[in-house]
Design a protein around this ligand. Structure first.
Ligand code: ZN
Length: 93
């Protein structure tokens, strides 16, 4: 797993820390990655079948796994933050 951000996060044994892809859009919320965001590079295959990697915020990754209806907010990014805050507080379930 390739991760980025101003501090290490996650505890995967095969984690690789890479430079933040500042300005590239998150594959989930489409907001541009900022220098202080935490995230991952996800494998991505374009319509023309070319392999690449695209960034995803840590919050958006957590949201894609643990989202509940009550996490729904005005934007995808806000919904992702709500899920991450709930998971940080209550643990994943
Ligand atoms: Zn995002």
């Amino acid at each position: 797993m390739k991760v980025f951000g101003p501090r290490p996060w996650g505890n995967w044994s095969e984690r690789k820390i890479v430079p933040s892809p500042v300005g590239e859009p998150c594959i989930f919320c489409e907001e541009a990655i900022r220098q202080d965001d935490l995230g991952v590079l996800m494998p991505f295959m374009s319509a023309d079948m070319k392999d690449s990697e695209r960034p995803q915020h840590r919050d958006c990754l957590i949201h894609s796994i643990f989202a509940r209806p009550e996490d729904q907010r005005k934007t995808r990014r806000e919904s992702a933050r709500a899920t991450r805050e709930r998971v940080d507080k209550e643990g994943p379930s």
